[in-house]
Ligand binder design. Structure first.
Ligand code: HEM
Ligand SMILES: *[C@@H]1O[C@H](CO)[C@@H](O)[C@H](O)[C@H]1NC(C)=O
Length: 431
C-alpha cells in the first residue's frame, strides 16, 4: 500500500473562503484571561472532509453496531474514579476507564487496550497496539506488559524504580501545544493544567454551526502551536511528542463525534464535547472537574467496519498543516518567547526524511511510528530496562506496521540538535 499526498489533497474541493469561525470566539474575552492570544489567519484552503477524516469517510451506519451502551445494567456505567485509580491528561482514556472499557484502575495491558478502545471508539487494532506499546516502552512495565493512563504504578520485580505512567512523559509522549492542556513549563511542571482560553475557543468552534470539524480543529492546532511560541520561552516540540499533540486535535473529531444514519461522518456539538472533556457550565463560567470524563448516553461511535487507523490521523495532520502551515514543527523557543527555531528533520533522522519528504505519502505515519525511539535514550535512564531491551520490545510490536507501510529505514537520531532548546531538558513533574 502506498499513498501519495496528492491522493489526499487533490480530490478535496477547494471551497471558497472559509467562514470566519473565529467570529464565534470573542477575542477580547480571551485576552483578559491569559497571555498573548494568537491571531489565526484564514486557512489556505478548506476541505470537505467529514468527521471520519479524509482517509476513509464513514459510509455506513448501523445503530446496533455503533451505539456505545453505557446505560445502567450495561456493565459500562459511568463511575467516578476511586482515590487509587489512575487518571491523566487524556480525555479519551479517562472516559474509557470511567466506563470500564479499560480497567477502572487505569492500568492496562496491550490486549485490554485493543479490546477496550475498539469497543468504546472503534480505534483500529493497529493504532491501539502502537499507542499502548509506546506507552509501555517509555512509561510502563515491559515485563508485565502494562501501562498507566495516569501516574506511576508499582512495577514487576526486576525493574528498578517505578514506571511513570503517561503523565510522566513530558516531551516524549506528552508535549506542549496541546488542544486544551497548558504547557508544563507554564504551570510549574504540571502537564495536566486545564487552560480555559483553549477550552473556550474549542467549545466556541463546537457550538458554532455544523459543530466541530477537522477543518475547524485545524485552526485550533494552529492556535495552540502559536500560543506556545508567543507565551512559553521553553516551548519545545520533539519529533514524536510534537506529532502527538497535533494528532490529538484530530482525535477529538475522529473519536468523539456522534454518528447517525443522517450524518454517517458524525457531528460533534458543544454538549458532547463537554461530556468527554468533563466540563460543565456555560461560556464564561465553565467548570472542569478532573477525571470525570464521560461517554454521553445515546452516543454512536464510528462503524467498527471503518475503524480509525494509524495512517488516518497523520493524514489529517498533514492536511491541517497545509491549511495552516506551522502546525507540524520540530524545534523550539530558545529561552525567550517568539524565538522559535526549527530543526531540519533531514539532519535529525540521518537524512532519511527531510522536512519536505516528511509530508509525502506514508512518511509522516512512518515517522510517527519510528520517532518514538528518539525518546528512548532519555527515558531509559536508570529507571527501566536497558535501552536495547526496550527497543526490541518496540520493534516486535511496531515492526509489522512499519513493514506494512514500506517505511524507509530510519536510524541515527541526532538528539544533539536539541541542545539549543532549554525546553528539551526541562523536567516536568507529572500531573
Ligand atoms: C492507547 C491509546 C491512547 C494513548 C496512549 C493516548 C495518550 C495520550 C497522551 C500521551 C496525550 C498527551 C498529549 C499532549 O500533550 O497533548 C494525550 C492527549 C489527548 N488524547 Fe489521548 N491517548 C490515547 C487514546 C485517545 C483516544 C481514544 C482519544 C479520544 C477519544 C484521545 C484523545 C486525546 C485528546 C483530545 C488529547 C489532548 C488533551 C488535552 O490537551 O486536553 N486519546 N493522549
Ligand atoms: C446522536 O445522534 C442521534 C441521532 O441524531 C441522537 O438521537 C442522539 O441523541 C445523539 N447523541 C448525543 C449524545 O448527542
Amino acid at each position: 500500500m502506498h499513498y501519495t499526498l496528492s491522493t489526499f489533497i487533490m480530490p478535496l474541493p477547494l471551497v471558497a473562503a472559509w467562514p470566519a469561525v473565529m467570529e464565534a470566539v470573542n477575542l477580547e474575552n480571551l485576552q483578559k484571561r491569559q497571555g498573548s492570544i494568537p491571531v489565526v489567519p484564514p486557512p489556505r484552503f478548506t476541505t470537505d472532509r467529514d468527521n471520519c477524516g479524509s482517509h476513509g469517510k464513514c459510509t455506513v451506519f448501523n445503530a446496533q453496531d455503533q451505539l456505545v451502551n453505557v446505560a445502567s445494567g450495561s456493565g459500562h456505567e459511568w463511575q467516578a474514579p476511586g482515590t487509587n485509580d489512575k487518571r491523566g491528561q487524556c480525555p479519551g482514556l479517562n472516559a474509557a476507564a470511567n466506563h470500564a472499557f479499560l480497567p477502572r484502575n487505569g492500568i492496562a495491558t496491550i490486549q485490554q487496550t485493543i479490546d477496550g478502545l475498539g469497543a468504546a471508539y472503534s480505534m483500529s487494532t493497529d493504532l491501539s497496539l502502537a499507542l499502548a506499546a509506546i506507552s509501555i516502552a517509555i512509561s510502563g512495565d515491559p515485563v508485565a506488559g502494562k501501562w498507566s493512563i495516569g501516574g506511576a504504578f508499582p512495577a514487576t520485580l526486576g525493574l528498578l524504580g517505578q514506571p511513570s505512567g503517561i503523565v510522566g512523559t513530558h516531551n516524549r509522549y506528552e508535549g506542549d501545544a496541546s488542544i486544551v492542556r497548558g504547557d508544563a513549563y507554564m504551570h510549574g511542571g504540571s502537564v495536566g493544567f486545564f487552560e480555559m482560553h483553549r477550552w473556550e475557543r474549542l467549545y466556541g468552534l463546537a457550538a458554532s454551526k455544523g459543530g466541530l470539524t477537522h477543518d475547524k480543529v485545524a485552526s485550533q492546532a494552529y492556535y495552540t502551536a502559536q500560543y506556545s511560541i508567543q507565551n512559553n520561552p521553553y516551548y519545545f516540540s520533539n519529533p514524536f511528542s510534537g506529532l502527538v499533540a497535533p494528532d490529538a486535535h484530530n482525535f477529538v473529531v475522529h473519536f468523539m463525534s456522534n454518528r447517525s444514519e443522517e450524518n454517517k461522518g458524525g457531528i460533534l456539538n458543544g454538549e458532547v464535547l463537554k461530556s468527554f472533556f468533563s466540563v460543565t457550565g456555560e461560556p464564561g463560567s465553565f467548570v472542569h472537574t478532573p477525571g470525570h470524563e464521560r461517554i454521553p448516553n445515546n452516543w454512536y461511535k464510528r462503524p467498527t467496519s471503518q475503524p480509525m487507523n494509524t495512517i488516518d490521523t497523520n493524514v489529517d495532520t498533514v492536511i491541517n498543516n497545509q491549511m495552516y502551515p506551522g502546525i507540524i514543527r520540530f524545534g523550539g523557543n530558545t529561552g525567550t518567547v517568539n524565538s522559535f527555531v526549527g530543526v531540519d528533520t533531514g539532519n535529525l533522522a540521518g537524512g532519511v526524511f527531510n522536512g519536505g519528504d516528511l509530508l509525502q505519502g506514508n512518511n509522516l505515519a512512518c515517522f510517527f511510528l519510528q520517532a518514538t525511539q528518539a525518546g528512548l535514550a532519555d527515558s531509559a535512564s536508570p529507571l527501566l530496562q536497558p535501552v536495547g531491551q526496550i527497543l526490541s520490545f518496540l520493534n516486535s510490536n511496531l515492526g509489522p506496521q512499519i513493514n506494512a507501510l514500506s517505511c524507509p529505514q530510519l536510524s541515527d537520531f541526532n538528539n544533539d540538535l536539541f541542545n539549543q532548546f532549554p525546553g528539551a531538558s526541562y523536567k516536568a513533574q507529572g500531573q
